[in-house]
Every structure is written in C-alpha cells, then in structure tokens.
Design a protein around this ligand. Structure first.
Ligand SMILES: Cc1cc2nc3c(=O)[nH]c(=O)nc-3n(C[C@H](O)[C@H](O)[C@H](O)COP(=O)(O)O)c2cc1C
Length: 427
C-alpha cells in the first residue's frame, strides 16, 4: 500500500509526554482528532437519540490501544434538535437516563486503554443543523449561500439554550470518566457563529467562560476548543488574522488546548502554482494564521492538523508549530499509526488517492472506514486495522465512488438514516 514519501527520522520527540497547565499529563504527542461517527442511536423521538452503541466502543478501543495519547470523540450534540447528522452522540436533559450515563462510562473506558486521555467533543450545530432546527442563524434558501437570515437569540435563550446545555453535557462527561471536553467552535457551528466577526452581529456581551466557571479551579478536567482556520478567512486576509489573534489572546487564558483544522502544518513539497488558485491562496492564509497563533499561545497547547510524514511531525514540534500532532483521516486507515511510528515500521501515513482538494470525499471515505472499524470487535492478536477498506489505489477509489453515488441516490428512501456513512463492499 502506497505511503507519502517520508525521510528517515528519529520519532522519539513524538513520544515525549506533554504537561497541561492544570498538571494533567498526555503520555505522547498523538491526538486522535474528532470525527463524527454517525453510528449512535437515532429515532424520531428525541429521547431515543444519540445513545452510544457497541460499534462506538469497538472504534474507540482501537484508537486507544493503537497508541494515541489523547482521543477526542466526534461531535456530541447538546441539543437533540440541532444535530450535524443522525447518528451523532447526544447529551441533554431531553434524552438523559441512567442507561445513557452507563453507556457514556463505557465510551470513556473504551477510549482510555494504555493511559490515553479521553476527551468528549461537545457542540451545537447552529446554522449547520442537518436535523430539525431551532438555531440562532437560520438558513434562508431563498437568499442563497452564504446569505443567512440572522435570528438573534435573546440573552435568556443564550443562558438556557447554550450555556446551560453546554454545562450539562460537560458535567455528564466528567461524571462518566472523560478527562475533559473540547468545545466545537469550528465549521460554522453555533459557537463559531459567536466567535466569528463575520457572523456575530451582536452588540451585547457574551462569553464561553461560563463553562469554566462551573468547573472548580485546580481541577484536572481539561477544557479545549476546536477552531477551523476557514472561519477567519473573510473580507481581507489581514483582518481575519488579526481577529483570530484577538480571539487567541482570550482563549489562552480559558483553555488547556486548542485543536486547529484547516491547511497543512507540514509544508506541501510541490509548487503552489500546480494547485487551483483558490486552494493555494487558502494555504497561504492558513500558514500566516498558524504562525500568528503559535506566537500567542503559550500555556494553551496547540494541536494543528494536516500531517503526512513523521519528519513533518517531528519538525513541527521542534519548530514550535505544534505541541501535539492531531491526526484525523489517517487514523481511520490506521488506528494504530502511533504504535507503528514508535516501532519504526512506518515513516509516513498511507496515501489515500482521492484529490487533496476534495475534502468532502475524504470525509465520506473516512466515515466508511469508521463504520468498518465499528463492525469488528478487537480480539487478542488482531490488528486494529483488520477489516478496514483502504483507498490507496485508483481502482479502490473508483469502486468507492460508484458505490457512493448509488448510496446517495437511495439516501431518502432508507429505512433508517443511521449508519450515516456508506458501508463499502470491497470485492
Ligand atoms: C469523517 C470525518 C468527520 C469529522 N468530524 C469532525 C467532528 O465531529 N468535529 C470536528 O471538530 N472535526 C471533524 N472533522 C475534522 C477533523 O477533526 C480534522 O480537523 C480534519 O480532518 C483535518 O485533519 P486531518 O488532515 O488529520 O484529517 C472530521 C473529519 C472527518 C474526516
């Protein structure tokens, strides 16, 4: 199976522990990035939505046994009406039960093998809601993207529908044994609608630190935030970077870590003139933004993404571009990538052959790999990659595209919208 070309390098810096400002220690620098699994329970009745399944436990056991120092769940939604997709985890008063509490404990346990830190990503989809809707910004199809009809929440709604819900979910994760939560403030979700100067037109005062206030000081519960660099790509690049810098100064105090999506921390070893102009411009913007963030964040640890080679990961740590290496897509092809890097077996990630510019396709195929992981329980001596379809050949990618096209055509007529991703048959 083809991999990205990777140079000979000593991987040991990647296996040095990282100490957070609250004293919690991550055993190495590998962070499994959040990826929506699409396999939690689904029902028209909101009380039945978002319960973790046996499949979830299968998936998370593979990542923690595969050597990650931290494993962040996919979106767990705090409002049962505002999901990113059917099959998201959900934690809220409407669906709460003792059974959900027990299942969350199992989810946390499955993520904690070999000292891996278990982090639950909690979020509210806001204008990106795919299921039902009761959001701050309602999309008005008549206006066309990216015009939205802005519906400002009242201060009371901000308290009851956002702050109280985030606090409820965070506390339930803590009780279940998760080591922390990450607030999803990326991808146009509700929190990013507040942190984005483009979308937030409010004139009143409002802050995410309400959650911090509910977590006693000196505690060992980690609080992180996920940002997507694209959120700051508006109007003019410089304005976006300056605004992100302002946010980072604020976040430095509040959070133990920041996950950053967008762009690539590792330089792409081919001229940007080969790439579509928009893609190249974005890469340039992401690089400038990333440099700015690293110059500001000191105690809040930065976990950027977009890594392909062990050399690139080691250089990012050495050059102060990263405190931890966030790996999402590559972790669905190889849940035990950290173990393989530690043993010297691999120098880079597998090369999935869909075009780099087609992120949506990468998401679909990673989702299908997660589904394959969920169908097999790890047993002694079994490789965590067992049964995962690979997309390292043009032929496998073509086969996938054919099945995906059929799957999408039948999406509305399926008996249940869960599992969310295509179950790929590789024969
Ligand atoms: C299948 C899939 C699902 C994702 N779901 C989430 C999510 O629930 N929350 C989130 O913050 N990011 C999500 N992402 C984005 C990743 O966490 C990550 O930021 C992005 O894929 C870039 O990292 P990579 O180059 O290592 O893949 C998802 C990505 C994929 C591929």
């Amino acid at each position: 199976m083809e991999r990205y070309p990777g140079k000979e390098v000593n991987p040991s810096p990647l296996f040095e522990p990282l100490i957070f400002k609250n004293g919690v220690i991550m055993k190495n620098r590998f962070v499994k990035g959040p990826m929506s699994e699409g396999i939690c329970s689904w029902g028209d009745d909101v009380r039945t939505r978002g319960y973790p399944t046996k499949g979830i436990l299968n998936v998370y056991e593979k990542w923690s046994k595969g050597g990650f120092g931290m494993s962040i769940t996919g979106n767990i939604m705090i409002n049962p009406h505002c999901l990113e997709m059917p099959g998201n985890g959900v934690i809220c008063k409407e669906n709460w039960s003792d059974e959900l509490g027990e299942l969350l404990k199992k989810w946390a346990d499955s993520s904690k093998h070999h000292g891996c830190l278990a982090i639950a990503q909690i979020g509210h989809c806001g204008r990106q809601t795919a299921v039902d809707s009761s959001t701050q910004l309602k999309f008005n199809p008549g206006l066309g993207i990216p015009e939205y009809e802005y519906v400002q929440m009242s201060l009371e709604e901000v308290q009851t529908d956002i702050i109280d819900r985030f606090v409820f979910a965070a506390m339930k994760c803590k009780e279940a044994g998760f080591d922390g939560v990450e607030l999803n403030s990326a991808y146009g979700f509700l929190l990013s609608q507040f942190t984005s100067a483009k979308h937030n037109k409010r004139t009143d005062k409002y802050g995410v630190n309400a959650i911090r206030e509910h977590i006693p000081k000196g505690n060992t519960f980690l609080l992180g935030i996920k940002l997507n660099a694209t959120e700051f790509l508006f109007d003019s690049g410089a304005e976006g970077v300056n605004y992100a810098a302002e946010m980072a100064e604020y976040f430095e105090e509040l959070f133990d870590f920041m996950g950053l999506s967008g762009g690539t921390t590792e330089p792409i070893d081919r001229p940007t003139s080969d790439m579509p102009a928009r893609f190249a411009q974005r890469l340039e913007f992401f690089n400038t933004l990333h440099q700015k963030l690293t110059s500001i964040l000191k105690t809040c640890k930065l976990f950027p993404s977009g890594f392909r080679t062990v050399g690139g990961m080691v250089d990012a740590l050495k050059d102060g571009k990263a405190d931890g290496i966030q790996i999402a897509r590559a972790a669905t092809s190889e849940p035990d990538l950290p173990n393989k890097i530690k043993s010297g077996e691999v120098k880079s990630i597998l090369w999935t052959k869909f075009p780099e510019t087609e992120f949506r396709l990468h998401v679909d195929c990673s989702g299908s790999q997660i589904l394959a992981m969920s169908n097999i329980t790890l047993t002694d001596g079994m490789s965590p990659s067992h049964g995962i379809p690979m997309f390292t050949s043009e032929e496998a990618c073509k086969k996938y595209l054919d099945q995906l096209s059929e799957f999408q055509k039948t999406k509305d007529s399926r008996e249940s919208p869960v599992p969310h991703y295509l179950e790929f048959i590789d024969n």
